[in-house]
Design a protein around this ligand. Structure first.
Ligand code: FAD
Length: 556
């Protein structure tokens, strides 16, 4: 810790990481950091979590991340069950003619990519759970408190926060600042970071209401309906399943032209008329909750990192709701950043590791925003036809092409994303999910990851495991190692699928990063296994030489 940071008298308080924004992504960042034993302070301007739910539906990959930090079960306790068959329909109205079933949208939960299914939980039900869990894990969360200014120098961030009710201000000294302050991010603007992409894809009036529609959705096995009828030229109807704390709610979005109309042209009576036309029941009892206007954009920040400040979630990337990936992608960004901050703060990695957050996540943000924009464009121009965006690939089948990975020859020819089951353990891809066995009980490969680097070796890869012991000592880096299959194996691979899924032979090995992505692999036995592992882990943790930390990555 630097002298400046130790000198608490200059500041009202110090924290390793200051998180600004207590939405889906800020709360997730707090959770993930606490999981890695890093203290953080989160400030959120509003007194509570979201009231106008936007996101609904956490993907299997997102639930897998929450599962890895022990929170998935808490989410399951409050989520509502939803039809297993999840149609996305193009209809005249919820009770009217069905024109088409846009199956492409329903693929999120189809592919068996991990140990847990997705969740149809709504943002305003999920955020309070994340808040409670983040506090349980030790995060310092201050709602009703805002960031009003910050400066950074070589050693840290000096921020001023204000408690809104009392108006009292405090100075906070942090080593790092995470901007989870949403699409209008003041921090991004303060840093002068521009955005690129497509603005003004479409404009919507979004109405949240209460009505008795769940049975109608269940009957259609639908999770969402796109609409077109005499009253609504183009719209979308989405359920927000309730919880013990609130009834089921629904959102109706209708397109509007901002040059012709504004929000004031949508008084309650008109909103009720639109909602009833969307459902197809003229006298439907409806209680309107909130109405807002939004502009769909696909804009990505030009940089995700400036010095000690990192942008996550909508602050880094805003995209149209099509595909429902905005929040899910933001949570994945937080997961990627958290282990890196933790590795640096624990003294296990060089600070240069942090630059890989931008290198890994920004190209994906461009890709995700582009795919969401494509999906919404296809909807508007072709209706049901020609939907080619594969959401499972976008959400769970991407590859980091540069960053904290040791590339293999020919990797530059690999695609940025494809179906998760098409990958075979290439560095930069998510470690394949397999069910193995330990002490007669099933255990998933994903259960092995989450805290440290993990070495997985083939059934004849004992020499790698032996080498791992000395590598660990040389680098002072926790490294879990498991032999999969073989007589001396730590885990039984009854189906004999490990080597094929991870693209190695029986004598090969892979290193999986704490976030479950493959960092390095050797397909076969190599001379000097200890040196190989030491070099690989030094590269992954950005050390200049074994045992020492430095700024420059070692090259392979
Ligand atoms: C209609 C619609 C539907 C959507 N559907 C989905 C979906 O189904 N699935 C999905 O994954 N995503 C969906 N999204 C996107 C998703 O809602 C967002 O990506 C997600 O909410 C972003 O979370 P965030 O935490 O980055 O930002 P936000 O939720 O915007 O949170 C930012 C927070 O920062 C706070 N803040 C700002 N400045 C300060 C400051 N100076 N000090 C303190 N606090 C500050 C704000 O008060 C705010 O609470 C949808 C979006 C829309 C508009």
């Amino acid at each position: 810790m630097s002298d400046t940071l130790k000198s608490t008298s200059l500041y009202d308080e110090t924290t390793p990481v200051l998180i600004v924004g207590g939405g889906l992504v800020g709360l997730s960042t707090s959770l993930f950091l606490s999981w890695h034993r890093i203290s953080s302070l989160l400030v959120e301007r509003h007194p509570g979590t979201a009231i106008h739910p936007r996101a609904v539906g956490m993907t299997p990959r997102t639930m897998e991340l929450f599962r890895s930090v022990g929170v998935a079960e808490e989410i399951r306790k409050v989520e509502s069950p939803f039809p297993e068959e999840s149609n996305v329909l193009l209809v005249e109205s919820l009770t009217g003619q069905v024109f088409d079933n846009l199956q492409g949208e329903a693929e999120l939960g189809d592919l068996f990519i991990g140990p847990v299914p997705g969740s149809a939980i709504a943002q305003d039900v999920l955020e309070p759970v994340l808040r409670v869990q983040a506090e349980r894990l030790g995060g310092d969360l201050r709602f009703g408190t805002e960031l009003i200014g910050f400066e950074q120098d070589e050693e840290g961030i000096t921020a001023t926060i204000r408690e809104r009710e009392s108006g009292s201000t405090r100075t906070v000294r942090a080593q790092f600042l995470v901007a989870a302050d949403g699409s209008h991010s003041g921090i991004r603007q303060e840093l002068g970071i521009g955005k690129h992409g497509a603005a003004s894809l479409f404009h919507c009036i979004s109405m949240i209401f209460e009505a008795d529609l769940m049975e109608l959705f269940r009957k259609q096995h639908a999770i969402m309906c796109f609409l077109s009828n005499d009253t609504i030229a183009s719209g979308a109807l989405v359920p927000y399943p309730g919880s013990a704390a609130r009834p089921d709610l629904y959102r109706l979005d209708v397109g509007y032209d901002p040059e012709e109309e504004t929000l004031t042209d949508y008084p309650e009576a008109r909103c009720l008329q639109l909602i009833r036309a969307a459902v197809g029941i003229p006298d439907l009892p409806v209680q309107l909750k909130t109405v807002l206007a939004y502009e769909a954009v696909a804009l990505v920040a030009d940089r995700f990192e400036v010095g000690r400040v990192f942008l996550v979630g909508d602050a880094a990337r805003a995209q149209p709701p099509s595909g429902g990936l905005g929040g899910n992608t933001g949570i994945a960004e937080a997961y990627n950043l958290a282990w890196k901050l933790a590795a640096v703060l624990h003294g296990e990695a060089g600070e240069a590791l942090l630059a890989t957050y931008d290198a890994e996540r920004r190209p994906l943000a461009d890709y995700t925003a582009e795919q969401a924009a494509l999906l919404s464009e296809q909807r508007q121009t072709e209706g049901s036809a020609g939907i080619t965006v594969d959401l499972t690939s976008v959400n769970a089948g991407y590859r980091y092409s540069a960053g904290a990975i040791v590339q293999e020859a020919g990797d530059e020819h690999l695609p940025l994303a494809q179906r998760p089951d098409q990958w075979k353990g290439q560095p930069g891809t998510h470690a394949p999910y397999l069910v193995l066995e330990r002490e007669s009980k099933p255990i998933s490969t994903l259960d092995l990851f989450g805290s440290h680097f993990v070495l997985l070796v083939g059934p004849a890869g004992q020499h790698w495991k032996d080498a791992a012991r000395s590598t660990q000592d040389v680098l002072h880096l926790p490294l879990d190692s498991y032999q999969i299959g073989g007589e001396a194996g730590d885990l039984i691979d009854a189906a004999n699928t490990f080597c094929d899924a991870y693209g190695i032979t029986a004598t090969g090995a892979v290193i999986v990063r704490p976030d479950g992505f493959i960092g390095w692999r050797s397909k076969t036995i190599k001379e000097g296994a200890e040196q190989e592992l030491t070099q690989a882990l030094s590269a992954l943790t950005f050390r200049t030489s074994p045992g020492k930390l430095g700024e420059q990555p070692s090259q392979h």
